[in-house]
Structures are given as structure tokens and as C-alpha cells.
Design a binder for this molecule. Structure first.
Ligand SMILES: Cc1cc2nc3c(=O)[nH]c(=O)nc-3n(C[C@H](O)[C@H](O)[C@H](O)COP(=O)(O)OP(=O)(O)OC[C@H]3O[C@@H](n4cnc5c(N)ncnc54)[C@H](O)[C@@H]3O)c2cc1C
Length: 468
């Protein structure tokens, strides 16, 4: 019914209710859903999948949905890992991937405008041809869309110098739940009231459908060099990283692996039980040279020993390789990564407490971490856990228990429970830790004001009872 009506409005090619087509959109890359699927659990499919060609199509679909009180689930490229999409049989899934054009590259003002469904790597390659870069390199760059980056408040591997997506975005165009189009952001900076772009950043499809995005570009760096350092433990490494950024050096990449991850990910560079820090230095040659000298002096002063810079160069080469969930499940493992953050004063406790908390989960066979995004005030931690229960049917419990213990331990140590993967259905019941009850109430009021019918991605981001 819905499919037929939409086909009349935007064209039969753009709409499908075909069983195989809708089945492909049952879930994103959330590990828990992959486990359920692997177990053979049935999952709901959307009423139909719509592939708009332009913002006008999106407006038509959203207006139809508002008129008929039908919900919409936006889908970028489906690389989300927190369950941001869980379509139901009475919902329209709006797949943005046909809106994949580069609209303009402005080389004078270093601005790139793209349609929201464009693959991130395709967008990067379009500007790379002209000696430019977006500078946003999530590990998922080849499997995620620019609209998805906005919607999840994504972070790239080079964020320490180039910032996260909120620092790179210039303007956002979005179709609101009533079908109206807003374009937010028109100047390099504005004091024209609150920054409304943030209504799209991190909204995870609950405030509207992002249709185009303008990003602020950079020229490609003149020079790139690598360095690597050993530290006795995570705490001494954090002190060294703090000193580097607080002295105002900005290596775009500064990552610190605990001994367990060094053994697993960098077996050629294991030295005793030491942790490893990898740096990528980029920019004008004179600044890169000066930065390397400064980092050498900071590290030496704090007692860190140099490691082979080839470790950092090697990381660059294989940095986006990750195993598929299915392969791990076949080995009897349920695993995930959990990214959180804290100030320099909190981070030692967060590392110790979360690793300890993960290890208390039955059947835990791995609890480790690295850091990858550094700020003057603090740093993130990216935990990896794996459980290997004999009985595969308890994997889901182990998974949720691991998440619960890690987020609770982070919150108790004062940290932020979500650094860059977003909230989805996985974190929605933990959001109060970051927002506070009043902050959560404010977010609910915003949602109510923007989307009074609650048609945009219901059940996502906000705790369930409050979203409905
Ligand atoms: C192997 C792997 C590595 C990853 N590495 C990183 C990383 O380094 N950094 C990082 O930040 N994340 C990373 N992620 C997570 C994921 O890639 C990001 O969250 C990404 O931004 C999602 O983009 P997407 O286009 O795939 O969005 P989807 O998964 O399709 O959607 C994500 C959410 O955004 C909403 N949405 C998508 N497009 C729109 C739109 N146009 N308008 C409104 N709402 C929309 C959806 O409804 C959903 O709630 C990784 C994921 C994987 C699987």
C-alpha cells in the first residue's frame, strides 16, 4: 500500500517493497543484530525502501509520511554500530545512497558541497584530485556516507589536528519532519543565535533527513613523517600525550595501545610489557620537522624510549582492515569496541576501571584499549572486549553485560560515555550520564518541537518510553 502510493508520487524506480530488497535493510553493522541473525532469529523489515534522487523527492516522501502518520528511518550506508536503524513493517526506510553527487568544489574558499548519501571515500577522492583533502578519515571511510558522518557526530583518525566532523562541517541542508527544507550555515563563522547545525549533528535521523552537506577543506600536507614511542604503562603515556598537546603541538594522529593490544596488533614491536604510542606528523615541512624535534624532547624528558617509526607507517597502511562480525561469531567470539572519553585527571581511572569491569563479565577473553583522539583537556579511550561462552545462545547477554559494565564504570569515573559512534539503541538508556536528567528533558522537548508526530526514526537515540 505505502510502496504503491509512494511510487506514484516519486516514480516506480525509486520505491521497492520487494521482499529481498527490504530484507537487506533489517539492520546495520550493530554486532548484536549480526549475532541474532547468525542465530537464525527473524527480524522485521520495513514496509518499503525509498531511494530519493534529490531533496525534492525527500520532501515528497516526508510530506507523505507526515500526512499519513507513517514513520521514516533514514539510512546512509548502514555502517552504524549502535543500532541506529531498526525498521518496522509499518515504516518507510529512506536509503540516501542514490543522492551521491559532488555538487561543487570551491578551491578559493576550500569548500566542498556534496549530496548527503555520497560515500565518504568517493568525496575524499574527488577533492584529492585537486590537491585537497577533507581531513576526515573514519576507519569506515569507504563504507559510510557524509550524511551519516553528520548524523552520528563522527570522528576521523586525523582528528587531533583536523578536528571531528563538527569542526569540519560548514553547512547542512536538512528536510524537517513537516517537509520543509532548512539550510543551516552560510558564513565561516556566525553569532546569529544558537548554532542550528547542531540540530543535525548527532541527531541520528531523529530531527530530519540531511540532504546535502558543505565541508571545509584543507590543502594536502606538504610533508608526512612518522614516529613511535614506548611507555612503561598507560598512565605514563597519557602524561606524555598531554604534554605534547598542551605545549600546542598537533600531530594529526597520536594513538596509544596498551600492552595487550601491542601483542595482538603489533606483534613485531612487542617490547617487554610496554605500551606503544604511534604518531603521524603532517603539514608544512618546517612545522613537521619542528614538531618531531619537540616531541623527541618531550618524550625524552618524560622517560619514554623511541620505537621503530615503521610501526606507525605500517598502521597507516592497514588501518582500515577489520574482521567481519560473522567471522568472529564463527570462531565462537562475540566482540565489540566501546569508545568513551575523559579529562586527563580522569583517564587513568577510566582505563583501569573499565578494563577491570569488562574482565568481570563471564567468559571474557579480551579486555583491552587504545586511545586515538587527543584534546587539550583530555583524551578518548577505545576499548575492545571479546567473550567466548561455550553456549552460543548466551552471547547476547555477555555482549550487553559488557557494554553495561563498561559504560557504568566510565560514568562512575566521571567520563563521557559516547565519544564518536553515537547512541542508537545501544546507548539510549545511558545518555543521562552525559546529558543529565535536565539535559535529557531538553533533548526530548527539542524532539517534540521539531517532530511533534514523532515520525523520524522513533525509538532511536532517546530512551524508549520518552521517544514514543
Ligand atoms: C568497521 C567500522 C569502522 C568504523 N570506524 C569509525 C570511525 O573511525 N569513526 C566514526 O566516527 N565512526 C566509525 N564507524 C561507525 C560508522 O561508520 C559511523 O557512525 C558513520 O558515520 C555512519 O555513516 P553511515 O552513512 O553508514 O550511516 P548509517 O549507518 O546508515 O546511519 C547512522 C545513523 O544516522 C542516520 N542517518 C544516516 N544518514 C542520514 C541522513 N542523510 N539524514 C538523517 N539521518 C541519517 C541513520 O538513521 C542512523 O541513525 C565505524 C563503523 C564500522 C563498521
Amino acid at each position: 500500500m505505502i510502496a504503491a502510493q509512494l511510487a506514484e508520487l516519486i516514480g516506480v524506480e525509486q520505491v521497492s517493497g520487494d521482499t529481498e530488497v527490504v530484507a537487506a535493510y533489517r539492520f546495520d553493522r550493530w554486532c548484536l543484530k549480526h549475532w541474532q541473525d547468525w542465530q537464525g532469529e527473524a527480524m522485521e523489515t520495513p514496509a518499503c525502501v525509498v531511494r530519493p534522487r534529490d531533496a525534492a523527492d525527500v520532501r515528497t516522501v516526508v510530506r507523505f509520511a507526515a500526512e499519513h502518520n507513517v514513520s521514516i528511518v533514514p539510512w546512509g550506508l548502514g555502517s552504524g554500530v549502535c543500532g541506529g536503524v531498526e525498521p518496522q513493517p509499518d515504516q518507510i526506510l529512506i536509503d540516501m545512497s542514490a543522492m551521491n553527487q559532488v555538487l561543487s568544489i570551491d578551491e578559493d574558499n576550500l569548500l566542498l558541497t556534496v549530496e548527503a548519501g555520497i560515500n565518504g571515500l568517493v568525496a575524499e577522492e574527488a577533492v584529492a584530485e585537486r590537491g585537497l583533502t577533507i581531513g576526515h578519515w573514519p576507519q569506515s571511510i569507504g563504507i559510510s556516507s557524509v550524511g551519516g558522518w553528520i548524523s552520528t557526530r563522527a570522528s576521523g583518525q586525523f582528528s587531533t589536528a583536523y578536528g571531528n566532523i563538527e569542526d569540519i562541517v560548514y553547512a547542512v541542508e536538512m528536510v524537517l519532519p513537516d517537509g520543509e527544507l532548512v539550510r543551516l550555515g552560510k558564513a565561516p563563522r556566525a553569532a546569529a543565535g544558537p548554532d542550528l547545525r547542531h540540530l543535525a549533528l548527532g541527531a541520528e535521523g531523529t530531527h530530519g533527513v540531511v540532504t546535502s552537506v558543505t565541508l571545509s577543506l584543507r590543502r594536502q600536507p606538504e610533508m608526512r613523517r612518522f614516529s613511535a614511542w614506548y611507555c612503561a604503562d598507560m598512565a605514563s603515556g597519557f602524561r606524555a600525550q598531554r604534554e605534547v598537546v598542551q605545549q600546542d603541538w598537533r600531530p594529526p594522529v597520536m594513538r596509544q595501545y596498551d600492552a595487550s593490544e601491542v601483542a595482538r596488533l603489533f606483534p613485531d614491536y612487542v617490547q617487554d610489557e610496554r605500551c606503544l604510542i604511534l604518531l603521524v606528523h603532517e603539514g608544512p615541512a618546517s612545522r613537521v620537522d619542528a614538531e618531531i624535534l619537540a616531541v623527541e624532547s618531550i618524550m625524552a624528558k618524560l622517560g619514554l624510549n623511541p620505537a621503530d617509526a615503521a610501526a606507525a607507517e605500517g598502521w597507516m597502511g592497514h588501518r582500515n582492515n577489520v574482521p567481519e562480525w560473522g567471522d568472529l561469531l564463527e570462531q565462537g567470539l562475540i566482540a565489540d569496541t566501546i569508545e568513551v572519553s575523559g579529562t586527563w585527571s580522569q583517564i587513568d581511572a577510566i582505563y583501569d576501571d573499565v578494563v577491570a569491569a569488562l574482565k568481570t563479565v563471564p567468559d571474557c577473553v579480551n579486555a583491552s584499549a587504545h586511545s586515538s583522539h587527543v584534546y587539550r583537556s583530555g583524551i578518548n579511550l577505545y576499548f575492545t572486549f571479546a567473550c567466548m561462552p561455550e553456549d552460543a545462545s548466551v552471547m547476547g547477554h555477555r555482549y550487553l553485560e559488557s557494554w553495561d559494565r563498561a559504560l557504568t564504570a566510565t560514568a562512575e569515573a566521571g567520563g563521557g560515555i559516547a565519544h564518536h559512534h553515537g547512541s542508537g539503541r545501544l546507548r539510549r538508556d545511558y545518555l543521562h550520564h552525559d546529558l543529565g536528567e535536565n539535559g535529557l528533558a531538553l533533548l526530548r522537548k527539542l524532539k517534540q518541537a521539531i517532530d511533534p508526530q514523532g515520525i523520524l526514526n522513533p525509538g532511536n537515540l532517546l530512551p524508549l518510553a520518552d521517544a514514543d
